[in-house]
Ligand binder design. Sequence first.
Ligand SMILES: O=C(O)CCC(=O)C(=O)O
Length: 251
Amino acid sequence: MTITPEQLKQYQTDGFVVLRRYLSNDEVEEMVEQVRRFVDEIIPQLDPEEAFYEDKTCLETLKQIHRMCEHDAYFAEQMQGERFQPLAQQLLQSEVVSKNMQYFNKPPGIGKPTPPHQDGYYFMLEPNEALTMWLALDYVDEENGCLRYLPGSHLTGMREHQKSGTLGFSQGISDYSPEDIQKEVAVHAEPGDLIIHHSMTVHRANGNQAEDRHRRAMGMVYYSADAEVASEKVAAYQQQLVEELTADGKI
Ligand SMILES: O=C(O)CCC(=O)C(=O)O
């Protein structure tokens, strides 16, 4: 699918854009089925840091799966095929490197908030040119923890981050203020809607307050091929994180 000049402008101005019904119901159902297969067949073979649970003794509380495209041909094809990658090229206006495909869930009642953050803080790129696509697999609204963005925040530099204590989102903006909250745009989504944000765009989400609705999504990350990764810093950070999560009994 090609984006329109208006959608490109919106992405460039606001730091995010929403493509409604990017996938059909059947396509969403296929993705959900493939996630189920991954959960049943692949997760049991992976290291503990590849899947996070709200409560690791209860498999129904699965909240995140990382690097799915490195572990499975279906998800590798999703990342590198025609569905998403050309869109990333159009938005970043460069060749891209496909980086990560993740599954995000907030299980009903217990799904924790996503702290305010900029993905680029984790990516450690120079220049920080990358994007994340967030594909809704469920109806997503304020009750079950929709994404909330600060429009234009990708243009005003990196905010200070500190440890958040949240599994899966270890860093959060340290001085997020009531004025920030006032400027937020909450984005509701239906299954198949694709939200795309720049790596510098500030965003967060509330926890899932719904009694019986999950809040499932896929996240796809693409870097501009022109961006350099501080690979040693990223590897050191990841190793330290795994050590801390293991010591705390979280994974
Ligand atoms: O799913 C969420 O709550 C947050 C996802 C996110 O922060 C991201 O994809 O960059």
